[in-house]
Design a protein around this ligand. Structure first.
Ligand SMILES: O=C(O)C(=O)C[C@H](O)C(=O)CO
Ligand code: ZN
Length: 279
């Protein structure tokens, strides 16, 4: 089988307060991504968001998984893809889109056949996938990092100087509810998303990349007054429930891909927590 999946049910903030390290990691950490020759998916019950990966050594087809009860994966869904590996392509109903390192592709609802390929199976493309339910079909579109909407945030003095590249977002691509992008931290900066925020209208998933060998990122989650941490390695993702902050600090600089869906498409709709109020 080249496709496998697991399901994550939603947890309440009251339950999560009592989780030990293992329980916290079992519920929120996704640490089985980027397996060669496989499509690996995590189906969450947070806005029915799916996070996953496809690493084609030979061509891989995106198949409908059982929880969808659909004839094909995108029958009632939209999909965002960002390639974090070497050169590859994604063929959507016969049209091929070449995706280089850090290129993104949005695929609208209704596309029947999606095939992932690497230019060289020995140096595979590594496609990070996010998908959300969709009510209508918008055009499929490729977005390079250069075409993304850029926001410069933070400063070196507060160790959070970073560039947010909004890749799959209104104004760049039209989507039903999916938003995705990539945030790159400058050398010497380690904190992402500080000051931290929640957005009870949307869930979110962070996928960490460019974490140097021997380094890690400590990801923070939980209600602002009741935070917990999860140590993350390169190419691991973490689910953020809508009631949870999501931010991290690394032992070096790194990059992460954020993806979210829910009630609105307003990236700026965030309830920011005062740094000195965090507990
Ligand atoms: O570094 C940041 O700040 C981010 O990238 C924030 C994420 O985009 C986010 O959490 C959006 O809700
Ligand atoms: Zn957020």
């Amino acid at each position: 089988m080249s496709t496998s999946y697991e399901t994550r049910y939603a947890s309440s903030p009251e339950a999560v307060k009592k989780y030990n390290t293992t329980e916290l990691r079992d519920e929120f950490l996704i640490d089985d991504l980027m397996q060669k020759g496989k499509v690996q998916l995590t189906y969450t019950h947070y806005d029915r968001y799916i996070a996953g990966s496809a690493v084609p050594v030979s061509p891989l087809t995106l198949e409908a998984i059982d929880p969808l009860k659909a004839e094909y994966f995108l029958e009632r869904r939209e999909l965002g893809i960002i390639n974090v590996g070497d050169a590859g392509s994604v063929t959507v109903d016969g049209t091929s889109y070449a995706l280089g390192h850090k290129d993104a592709l949005y695929i609208g609802q209704g596309a029947k056949e999606v095939i992932f390929k690497s230019e060289d199976g020995d140096k595979p493309a590594k496609f990070y996938l996010n998908s959300a339910p969709a009510h209508t079909s918008y055009p499929t579109k490729k977005v390079s990092l250069a075409e993304a909407n850029k926001i410069e945030l933070g400063s070196l003095e507060t160790a959070n100087h970073r560039t947010v590249s909004q890749m799959i977002i209104g104004g760049v691509v039209t989507t039903c509810q999916l938003q995705m992008g990539m945030t790159e931290l400058k050398t010497g900066s380690v904190w992402n998303t500080m000051p931290a925020h929640v957005h009870d209208r949307r869930m979110e998933v962070y996928f960490y990349l460019d974490v140097p060998e021997g380094q890690s990122v400590c990801h923070f989650m939980g209600q602002p007054q009741e935070t917990r941490h999860i140590w993350m390695q390169n190419h691991e993702a973490v689910i953020s429930p809508p009631w949870s902050i999501h931010c991290g600090s690394g032992t070096s600089n790194y990059t992460f891909i954020w993806g979210m869906a829910g009630e609105n498409l307003d990236y700026g709709d965030m309830d920011v927590a005062k740094i000195t109020d965090l507990r």
